[in-house]
Design a protein around this ligand. Structure first.
Ligand SMILES: Nc1ncnc2c1ncn2[C@@H]1O[C@H](COP(=O)(O)OP(=O)(O)OP(=O)(O)O)[C@@H](O)[C@H]1O
Length: 252
């Protein structure tokens, strides 16, 4: 099951540049939450704080509190443990190109010490089904490499790889922006299915996409979370003039 995420007074820096400024919000469990805002406003930095990837950038640091369920991810868990609980999918599909489809999906489990063939087979099948890719690849699991799939299939393979280690949260950083409309709509359908089992946070430049998939939307501007509310409210009756200017296309 997904967990809720409580973010309190999070600040993030790259060196001396203060990139995220006092961000607080409550991301509910088993829903999709969209993050929108102009380029460079800190959306990716924010999601990278949610799986402790931000701190892997040399000179970068984070302050504040992030709780996933009862777990404070900065004080109660190691980065490795956090990244097992929080899967991530990036803008460009990044399967391991020479590994087979099967090995791509099994890679995280193997890293976590799982070796039993029967267990791996079950998880690979379950994850590929969850990612709506199973029917397209089931006859070629060991024959085809990750790189031999289409872009949309590669992205669903990356989703399957992320789900295989049984995370609670799935972060998606512009997961469809490199894909054609058909593949994009498959990813959006998938988000609907996945919400039942996971908490989803999706960064998107596409406001229609946010409106289609997410129950809540947060609007970032220059590192500040300007407004966070029900998606419908954000897009039809925002409280802040800056949100209104952005969604009506006056800037960004
Ligand atoms: N590795 C880095 N080192 C230094 N500054 C960085 C680094 N990554 C991002 N930044 C800066 O941090 C700010 C926020 O970037 P971030 O990628 O989080 O924004 P974003 O809203 O996701 O942008 P986009 O929509 O273009 O992906 C930007 O000014 C960016 O230049």
């Amino acid at each position: 099951m997904g967990v809720d995420i409580r973010v309190e007074h999070v600040n993030a820096w790259y060196g001396t540049t203060h990139t995220l400024k006092d961000v607080s919000l409550h991301i509910p469990a088993n829903k999709a939450t969209a993050l929108i805002g102009p380029s460079g406003c800190g959306k990716s930095t924010f999601v990278r704080c949610l799986n402790r990837m931000h701190e892997t950038t040399p000179g970068a640091r984070v302050e504040g509190t992030i709780n996933m369920g009862d777990l404070n991810i900065y004080t109660d868990a190691s980065p490795v443990e956090v990244r097992r609980r929080v899967g991530m999918v990036f803008q460009r599909p990044n399967p391991f190109p020479t590994m087979s489809i099967y090995d791509n999906v099994a890679s995280g489990l193997r890293l976590n010490g799982f070796r039993k063939r029967r267990v791996l087979d079950e998880v690979v099948e379950r994850s590929l089904k969850q990612a709506a890719l199973w029917n397209e690849v089931k006859d070629d699991l060991r024959k085809k490499s990750g790189a031999s799939l289409s872009g949309g299939q590669q992205q669903r393979l990356c989703i399957a790889r992320a789900l295989a280690v049984d995370p609670e949260v799935l972060l998606m950083d512009e997961p469809a922006s490199a894909l054609d409309p058909v593949s994009t709509s498959k990813i959006e359908d998938l988000i609907f299915e996945l919400k039942r089992d996971y908490t989803i946070v999706i960064v998107t430049h596409n406001m229609q996409q946010a409106a289609r998939v997410a129950e809540q939307t947060g609007f970032f501007l220059t590192g500040v979370m300007v407004e966070f509310d029900a998606t419908e409210k954000i897009f039809t009756n925002p409280s802040d003039k800056r949100t209104e200017d952005y969604i009506t296309g006056r800037f960004g």
